[in-house]
Ligand binder design. Structure first.
Ligand code: HEM
Length: 176
């Protein structure tokens, strides 16, 4: 189950800061944890340059830097509500159930930002072929999406996400 994967990964990374007797746990457990998951993440900088943070796990995925499922879900929720109601884009959403669509898009974004989700929906080509989405509609979506991202993400993460999504345009837009 995708959610199980998320919970596991969440526990791994939040356990770094939780609990009492912090120094003991970090000193003993973190190097072991890093060894155990070294094929998944880069565990580096195990020294304590400023004494405040003995462990730094670097190379966080975009998914983690975005804020994980809570932030991703909020972004998708707001974006789909907006795109499905804007006069510029709502045409395609006639008769479409928004709740399962949102869930599917969250899984897809979680997957492509390295959050470990399994997306089993359609390809972008198949999902959008019948809607015959125009370039103007796609660009209107990007405008709205960019504004929503600005509300929730720092510039770096916003641009990384937009860069990943941009090449999908060729599969989503139906040429005239
Ligand atoms: C990079 C931009 C976009 C991404 C990543 C994206 C992603 C997706 C995903 C994951 C699905 C669900 C597929 C499935 O569950 O099988 C979907 C469906 C859909 N998308 Fe997009 N989409 C994008 C842009 C757009 C735009 C610009 C529009 C309309 C203006 C749009 C309209 C729709 C509609 C109407 C559906 C439902 C299709 C159906 O159920 O028949 N999408 N999209």
């Amino acid at each position: 189950m995708p959610n199980d994967l998320i919970v596991v990964s969440h526990r791994v990374f939040t356990s770094n800061t939780g609990g009492n007797n912090v120094m003991y746990k970090k000193n003993i457990l973190m190097p072991m944890l890093c060894l155990a998951i070294s094929s998944l993440v880069a565990c580096t900088n195990l020294t304590n340059p400023d004494k405040s943070s003995p462990i730094k796990i670097q190379n966080h995925s975009l998914f983690q830097r975005i804020g994980g499922l809570p932030v991703l879900t909020k972004i998708v929720d707001e974006s789909i509500d907006e795109i499905a109601n804007s006069p510029r884009t709502k045409r395609s959403f006639d008769g479409i159930k928004l709740a399962p669509l949102k869930e599917s898009i969250v899984l897809q974004l979680c997957k492509i930002t390295d959050g470990g989700c399994i997306y089993e929906g359609e390809t972008m080509l198949n999902a959008h072929r019948d809607a015959k989405i125009s370039e103007a509609e796609f660009d209107a979506f990007v405008d709205m999406f960019r504004t929503t991202l600005t509300k929730h993400l720092p510039t770096r993460e916003k641009n990384e996400l937009l860069k990943i999504l941009a090449p999908m345009k060729r599969d989503i837009v139906t040429p005239l």
